[in-house]
Design a protein. Structure first.
Length: 236
C-alpha cells in the first residue's frame, strides 16, 4: 500500500513511522509512506498556507490553493474518475473531528485500497471547497486536537495492522479487540504465580479445545461488561 500524508509539519512523522512494526513493513516495501509538505505549494513569500475566514470569527483557515496542489501532487486527478478496480484509485481522507469515528470495520475497509492520501488539517480547518476533492472524513474521537497529524498516525497504524504481512502472525490481528466486534480475552505469561495471583488453570492444562472455549467465553463476558454495544453488533 502507498500512503501519502499531506501536512504542514512533516517532521512530526519521522519518529512514529520509523519504529517497530511500521518500520519493518516499510523495509519490506509492504508499506510505502511519503509525507508531502503543503507549505511547499504556497505562493506566499513567507510560505503561509492560512488566512482569515470570510465573515469574520476567531482563528485562521487553511487556504484552498496550496491544499489542492498538494492533493494533486499525490496523483489525485478527478474525484469521479472511473477505475476498473475501485480500490486502485487514490482514496483521499481528511482527518477531522467532524468525520465518522474510526473503528475496526473502517480500518479493514481502508486496508483494501492500494493508495491512501491523508490530509491533515490545522487551525479552524480547511477551506470548505477542498471537500470537493475528498472521499472520506474520519475522526479518532469526540475531541479536538491541535492538528490532524496525530490522528493520521493513529489511522496509519490501525490500517497497517490489517494488511497481510505487516504483523508477523495473522491470527494475532484477528484475535485483537474489535476485529469481530468483541473485546480481546485476558492474556497471561510467566510466571504462573505473581503476587499470589495464579494464572487460570485452564491455560496451563494443555487442552487446546478447553482453552479456546475459555477465551471465547472471557471475550464475550468482557465485551458484555465493558462494551455491550459491541456485543449487539457481534450477534447481528
Amino acid at each position: 500500500m502507498k500512503i501519502d500524508v499531506l501536512t504542514i509539519f512533516p517532521a512530526m512523522f519521522e519518529g512514529p513511522l520509523t519504529e517497530s512494526i511500521i518500520k519493518k513493513a516499510r523495509q519490506k516495501e509492504i508499506l510505502k509512506i511519503n509525507t508531502i509538505d503543503i507549505r511547499s505549494f504556497s505562493k506566499d513569500k513567507h510560505k503561509k498556507v492560512d488566512d482569515k475566514p470570510f465573515g469574520g470569527s476567531a482563528g485562521m483557515v487553511m487556504k484552498a490553493e496550496p491544499v489542492y496542489e498538494a492533493i494533486k501532487s499525490a496523483g489525485v486527478k478527478k474525484r469521479n474518475k472511473e477505475y476498473k478496480n475501485p480500490h486502485s484509485k487514490p482514496y483521499v481522507i481528511y482527518m477531522s473531528p467532524q468525520g465518522r469515528t474510526l473503528n475496526g470495520d473502517i480500518a479493514k475497509t481502508l486496508s483494501k485500497f492500494e493508495h491512501l492520501v491523508i490530509l491533515c488539517g490545522h487551525y479552524e480547518g480547511i477551506d470548505e471547497r477542498i471537500m470537493n476533492f475528498v472521499d472520506d472524513e474520519i475522526s479518532i474521537g469526540d475531541y479536538v486536537l491541535t492538528g490532524g497529524e496525530l490522528p493520521a498516525m493513529v489511522l496509519i497504524d490501525c490500517v497497517a495492522r490489517m494488511i497481510p504481512g505487516v504483523v508477523k502472525e495473522e491470527d494475532s490481528v484477528k484475535n485483537d479487540s474489535f476485529y469481530y466486534n468483541l473485546l480481546d480475552y485476558p492474556h497471561y505469561t510467566r510466571p504462573a504465580v505473581f503476587k499470589g495471583i495464579k494464572v487460570p488453570d485452564v491455560l496451563l492444562s494443555g487442552d487446546h479445545k478447553k482453552i479456546e472455549e475459555w477465551r471465547k467465553k472471557e471475550s464475550a463476558e468482557r465485551t458484555k461488561k465493558r462494551r455491550p454495544d459491541l456485543l449487539k453488533k457481534a450477534r447481528a
